[in-house]
Write a protein that binds this ligand. Structure first.
Ligand code: GDP
Length: 353
């Protein structure tokens, strides 16, 4: 992957009602890449999956002729509201973008509505995957095809059902105060939410979901994403885990800057900050090396966005969902104070819940 641009990878969360297909969608996105290694391998991170831009454009979804500067997309492997709201960053959510999955045959359910409200509160751009289109009676499957290709192959009756179901979703969204349209009819993405018909099982429409996310990042977020790969690292702790031979480790999503072995970092305990030094940075071994005894591969340095395991002394007592910051040169007091403020914020939020 070419890394000439200084734009970091946007972070994506998948939300929606239980059983509407969040896990299947993530599995499909991960799987599609394993097959297509030539297009730039999809890489497994700690708690996340990165899909490079080359892999996305080769899938041939809408907009694939767009010139893009976004290096790819990082999907958080854990779907749902919980991951979205507890993983905080910069006072908001860790996620830059979201996908709301809704079963097109069932329509909106309580958790769909909750997801939309959360995204509105956080002002997070999102697309809607109108999922399980393959369940429409008479649907003819075109494995992994972009929506336009597969839609053209369906008979009039099936096409009519798709349109009706989508209009029901558009109506519901309008009741909730959102303007929306089928994604290929959206003219202004700042005003209209794009709805992409998908099947998480057959892969239909998935290329379009990925391209829509790239489009949203490209148009509305490049300023936020620009240049943030070079500064001192900032991340959020996904999990605190004991690992044999490593002691207490942190699974971290790095959303900003660079994190290296030897860096001094500040993390959050229950009541105070903890300052320590990174001993090792670990990522999952690629599938091809699965026979090697060690579960992890050691790396010297990572840039945003990445999912990485951090080993360091004094990590017992760190809480999941709290920040990790790199101290570099002058910024020590400011960084410690920032982490302290975030601990206080989190305690206030917990007290309110
Ligand atoms: P989650 O609870 O939102 O993560 O939903 P899952 O991904 O676990 O999916 C729930 C069930 O719906 C599983 O049995 C999936 O195989 C099935 N499913 C998910 N997406 C699709 C789809 O697009 N088409 C079909 N036919 N089944 C799906």
């Amino acid at each position: 992957m070419t890394q000439t641009s200084k734009i970091r990878t946007p972070i994506v969360c998948v939300l929606g009602h239980v059983d509407h297909g969040k896990t299947s969608l993530l599995d499909k996105i991960r799987g599609s890449s394993v097959v297509d290694t030539e297009a730039g391998a999809i890489t497994q991170h700690i708690g996340a999956t990165v899909v490079p831009i080359d892999a996305i454009t080769q899938m041939g979804g809408a907009l694939s002729k767009l010139t893009v500067s976004i290096p790819g997309l990082l999907f958080i492997d854990t779907p749902g509201h919980h991951a979205f709201t507890t993983l905080r960053a910069r006072g908001g959510s860790l996620a830059d973008l979201a996908v709301v999955v809704v079963d097109v045959n069932e329509g909106f359910k309580p958790q769909t509505i909750e997801a939309l409200q959360i995204l509105r509160n956080y002002k997070t751009p999102f697309v809607i995957a109108a999922n399980k289109v393959d369940r429409i009676h008479g649907w003819r499957v075109q494995e992994n095809a972009p929506f336009a290709t597969t839609f053209a192959k369906q008979n009039e009756r099936v096409q009519g059902i798709v349109e009706t179901k989508l209009y029901e979703l558009v109506g519901k969204l309008s009741d909730l105060g959102f303007n929306s349209e089928r994604y290929d009819r959206v003219r202004d993405f700042a005003r209209n939410i794009a709805i992409v018909p998908t099947s998480a099982i057959t892969g239909e429409g998935i290329p379009d979901v990925l391209m829509m996310l790239i489009g949203l990042a490209q148009r509305y977020m490049t300023e936020n994403l620009a240049m943030s790969v070079e500064g001192p690292g900032a991340g959020t702790v996904l999990e605190v885990k004991e690992e044999r031979g490593l002691g207490t480790t942190l699974d971290v999503i790095l959303y900003d800057g660079t994190l290296s072995v030897g860096d001094e970092i500040v993390v959050a305990g229950h009541t105070q900050t903890i300052t320590t030094k990174v001993r090792s940075l670990l990522k999952p071994r690629p599938m091809s090396e699965i026979l090697i005894e060690e579960k992890f591969e050691r790396v010297k340095s990572v840039t945003a966005a990445s999912g990485i395991k951090v080993a360091a002394p004094k990590l017992e007592g760190v809480i999941a969902g709290t920040p990790l910051r790199v101290i570099r040169g002058e910024n020590r007091d400011a960084v410690v104070e920032q982490v302290m403020n975030e601990i206080q914020d989190i305690q206030v939020t917990l007290a309110e819940e």
